[in-house]
Design a protein around this ligand. Structure first.
Ligand code: ANZ
Length: 936
């Protein structure tokens, strides 16, 4: 029977949609299972075959769990705010909402064609006002919260105000920007503005002057993970350091919990390592060094045990102390150096370890342990945002300090033995001991560290401390296409909008560029001011700073909406809460999350942070959002090249290049003939005007292109569109093939040629159910052999899916179907369960045969066939028979025979008699189902 995949797939996709087959109920007795994909940004280019890889894997898993009787939540949505639609708006004037809508329509069409079992009714879009209303609401909750280090969680700002009213700052243990000290009287006597200013110092969403990565070409601030090699990741524009007043999120308050939480997660180790490194916990001490002119320099060190070797100090050029420490003579040099530093990004500063540079301030500090005067320098290798922005330099034991000392001719004193390589960390070994100071002599690293910290505390010049590299996350973007921040300004202080005013909708603007005054694009909006008295958004012209106030003009970063979407899927249409507690309780954690490893230190940290915050404030129960996570590998493209002979419009076929001087040029893979490497030269000529009169040097009448594996990308012309594959081989073919390519986590090249293999398998599977053109399945009882094939497969697929080894399942399907075909098996008791086993991978064809088998309901909720191990038990064992341990021959014996019976049979066996000759048996060794060994 002809396997008409197009007709079958269309039919079932319509059936699923009409019958809402995958709509998930919230009230069932079934146990829950939450399978989530990292939702896509709907780009203009549409999907290529690399995108669905993870989605196919998660879909198989979701379907498998339904067969196992779980209530599965498997949603989809769009991360639909972002730069590309806005850049397009700047170039063309098309509203980003329009571009986004078009792109989503296209994505949805493509996704539906692949037959995913998404509950489409739960779709969310981060750019929908009904969604970002709740992103804004979470922002407001963060604004009205502070981090209490004693209770180790976020609390309402009200508890902080109460503390101030009762005790001022006394006994307060908070995560804050700056350490403040005031009494309850002082608090009570402060003006409203002063109080607001103080509270901003503690809020989890706060404003502070920060050095940011400013990208003038994009007109916005970028996060560190949005920058690659000093350029913006999108567009490759230069990025500069600039000080700006910015919204920030106090993620640093959660550093320790983010670190500890990792231990509870089933995530790939490299991903955990990346987060651990990013958070960057170091234990050491903060020490104050006095200077000659009365200033105090506070430093952070992880190696207080080396303090006897601190022969100079280095400050970050931005350190505010620099002004007071710089002497008149050194001022020009220092100012010039500061100016140079401002041009470098922090990344460049950290990366450039070879070229040390710096300037002397002219001042000296006093080493509190050696009591020697040590010079104070500034250098860009010390960063302002880390520790205290100052270091004690120990050139004998720190590589960067060593280079600096060499360049500026400074003293180098070795204070630790076996730490000679000036390698940080090289010195953790037990036998390293302190030298050169009576105080620490002979002590090892740990003891020296504790002793010196105790002494530092004793002297009252510092204390032991833990530092985290992770900084607070900058939250403002000077862009249009993002969530408006629900804040207005009164007397220069930020106030949140009331919840009743949410969503604060993105206003219309005429231009998507910054205003002439350098305000973000929202500054162009005509209606974007807050009327406090009437509690509504009004025309910007009405701002009088008495009752009508300006609204915040920056928008939220891309990561805001994606930091909580997994919660919205649990209750996507609720207008009263972001998600009802009973539903977040029921769905709990995401049980399986599949997505790319590029989100390691962005999305996956931010969403853990917001999740922990929502838990702290009692809105949800679970501490961690994503219990198990898998990073799918990349599907690589097979780029094709033509070879243009330099200075001509002549192209030489790959194997004839020889002496020609040529340039390899990417050609679109769709210009190749079928699945071969041969170029369709006519199609090539009409591809671009430049190639219209191209000439070719052919081999055997053909132009053979060069092929190379590269990242799949539109710019390399090697993308394969899943729509084309679905048309030709079916969605089932695409699904099976993507899994068949190799282990999920690995990167692997796409090779269209391999598709015919899985397509052949689907046809074979289909034909098991047909006799010629007639559907034909017999009710005859299957043989043991047939059952064995089925149950071997059930066992294998169960194991494979639970271990995310989808590729090996596909090979097992092929083996099973081949064997059944050989046996001409068409028995219902085999073919019916077989369809269920294969259906998570190839749902359309399985629905069709399931239906032909006379079942009316969808195959989706059919219990996964249970394994009957008895079919797998071997009836006969092919025993190797050894004499004195040497294998001589094999013999088939019934599997259930015991030692005595086997020995009896063996003693009468002609071969055994021959090998024995006249010798007698000293020992008869029998290991059931394994070996027979006769000792003579
Ligand atoms: C003395 C010392 C001796 C240091 C030694 C290291 C080795 P991690 O592990 O990353 O926390 N440091 C402190 N603040 C800095 C800043 N703002 N910019 C650049 N470097 C800074 O690194 C902590 C170490 O990095 C600190 O310990 C300090 O140098 C330096 F043999 O102090 B150390």
């Amino acid at each position: 029977m002809f396997y008409d995949h197009q007709q079958i797939e269309k039919k079932w996709q319509k059936y699923w949609e009409d019958n809402k087959t995958y709509k998930t109920s919230d009230s069932t007795d079934k146990p829950k299972f939450y399978v989530l994909d990292m939702f896509p940004y709907p780009s203009g280019a549409g999907l290529h075959v690399g995108h669905p890889l993870g989605y196919i894997a998660s879909d198989i898993y979701a379907r498998f769990k339904r067969h196992q009787g779980f209530n599965v939540l498997h949603p989809v949505g769009y991360d639909s705010f972002g730069l590309p639609a806005e850049q397009y708006a700047i170039q063309t004037g098309t509203h980003p909402a329009i571009t986004t809508e078009q792109n989503i329509t296209r994505y949805e069409e493509q996704l539906r064609k692949i037959g995913f079992s998404f509950d489409w009714s739960r779709e969310v879009r981060t750019s929908d006002a009904s969604y970002y209303k709740w992103t804004q609401w979470i922002f407001i909750q963060l604004f009205h919260s502070w981090y209490n280090k004693d209770s180790d969680k976020a609390e309402s700002i009200e508890t902080l105000i109460k503390h101030f009213e009762e005790k001022g700052t006394e006994g307060l243990n908070a995560n804050q920007n700056e350490e403040l000290n005031f009494t309850s009287e002082e608090w009570k006597n402060s003006s409203e503005i002063k109080k607001e200013e103080i509270l901003l110092n503690y809020r989890l969403a706060f404003r502070a002057e920060t050095t940011v990565n400013w990208c003038p070409a994009l007109g916005t601030v970028l996060a560190n993970d949005e920058i690659k090699d000093g350029k913006s990741e999108r567009g490759g524009y230069p990025v500069f350091q600039k000080k700006m007043m910015q919204w920030s999120m106090r993620i640093s308050a959660y550093s320790e919990r983010l670190l500890q939480g990792l231990k509870t997660l089933d995530w790939p180790q490299p991903l955990k390592d990346a987060q651990e490194y990013w958070i960057g916990k170091s234990q050491g001490a903060q020490v104050r060094f006095a200077t000659e002119n009365g200033e105090t320099i506070e430093i952070f060190t992880t190696r207080p045990d080396t303090i006897f070797g601190a022969t100079f100090m280095v400050l970050a050029p931005e350190n505010p102390l620099v002004q007071n420490l710089t002497t008149q003579e050194q001022k020009t040099e220092v100012d010039q150096y500061i100016e140079e530093t401002s041009k470098k990004t922090e990344r460049d500063r950290m990366a450039d370890v070879k070229n040390v540079s710096g300037a002397f301030t002219g001042s000296y500090a006093i080493n509190p342990f050696t009591c020697k005067n040590i010079p104070v320098y500034i250098s860009d290798y010390v960063l302002m945002g880390y520790g205290t922005g100052a270091v004690m330099a120990v050139p004998a034991h720190d590589e960067r300090d060593h280079r600096f000392a060499k360049k500026f001719n400074l003293e180098i004193i070795k204070v630790v033995e076996s730490d000679v390589d000036v390698q940080e960390e090289a010195y953790d070994s037990k036998d390293s001991v302190c030298v050169n100071s009576d105080f620490l002599n002979g002590l090892n690293y740990k003891d020296a560290k504790s002793k010196i910290i105790a002494e530092i505390e004793n002297k009252g010049i510092g204390h032991g401390t833990t530092n985290y590299r992770q900084r607070d996350a900058i939250f403002s973007r000077q862009r249009y296409w993002g969530e408006p921040v629900p804040i207005y300004y009164k007397d220069g202080m930020p106030y949140t909008l009331p919840n009743s005013a949410l969503p604060l909708e993105l206003p219309e603007v005429e231009k998507y560029l910054p205003t002439e005054d350098g305000d973000p694009p929202l500054g162009n909006a005509k209606t974007f001011a807050w009327d406090e008295a009437n509690q509504k958004v009004v025309d910007t012209d009405l701002i009088d700073d008495k009752t009508v106030f300006p609204l915040e003009l920056s928008t939220m970063p891309g990561w805001a909406g994606s930091s909580w979407y997994f919660l919205r899927y649990m209750d996507p249409n609720d207008d009263a809460v972001f998600a009802k507690k009973e539903l977040t309780d029921y769905w709990g954690q995401v049980d399986l999350y599949i997505g790319g490893s590029e989100h390691a230190t962005g999305h996956l940290l931010y969403s853990r942070f917001w999740n922990m915050f929502l838990k702290d404030r009692g809105y949800i129960e679970q501490n961690e959002p994503f219990q198990k996570l898998i990073n799918q590998g990349m599907i690589l493209g097979m780029s094709a090249f033509v070879y243009r002979i330099d200075g001509t419009n002549q192209y030489v076929s790959k194997n004839l290049i020889g002496e020609y001087k040529t340039q390899a040029i990417h050609v679109d893979v769709s210009l190749l003939k079928g699945t071969t490497d041969e170029l369709d030269t006519e199609a090539f000529k009409s591809w671009r005007p430049d190639y219209a009169d191209a000439e070719f040097i052919l081999e055997d009448g053909k132009y053979i292109t060069g092929r190379e594996v590269e990242k799949m990308s539109k710019s390399k012309y090697n993308v394969v569109n899943p729509d084309d594959i679905c048309n030709e081989y079916g969605a089932d073919g695409l699904r099976l093939y993507e899994m068949f390519l190799g282990p999920l986590e690995q990167s692997k090249p796409w090779n269209t040629q391999g598709l015919s293999g899985v397509y052949g398998f689907l046809k074979k599977f289909w034909n098991l159910y047909f006799d010629g053109d007639n559907f034909s399945v017999s009710d005859e009882e299957p043989t043991k052999e047939e059952y064995k094939i089925l149950h071997t497969l059930i066992k294998k697929v169960n194991f494979d899916i639970e271990n995310f080894s989808f590729n090996t399942s596909v090979s097992s399907f092929m083996i099973a179907v081949n064997e059944l075909q050989k046996l001409k098996c068409n028995k219902r008791n085999i073919l019916q369960p077989l369809a269920v086993v294969i259906s998570p991978y190839a749902p359309h064809i399985c629905e069709e045969v399931w239906n032909l088998l006379g079942n009316n309901a969808s195959i989706e909720f059919e219990p996964f066939p249970t394994l009957d191990e008895s079919y797998l038990i071997e009836d006969e064992i092919d025993y190797p028979v050894s004499f004195n341990g040497k294998m001589k021959f094999k013999i088939k014996l019934a599997a259930d025979l015991g030692k005595e019976e086997v020995e009896k049979i063996m003693m009468e066996n002609e071969d055994v008699k021959r090998f024995l000759g006249d010798k007698s048996v000293k020992n008869f060794i029998f290991v059931p189902k394994k070996i027979i060994n006769i000792v003579i």
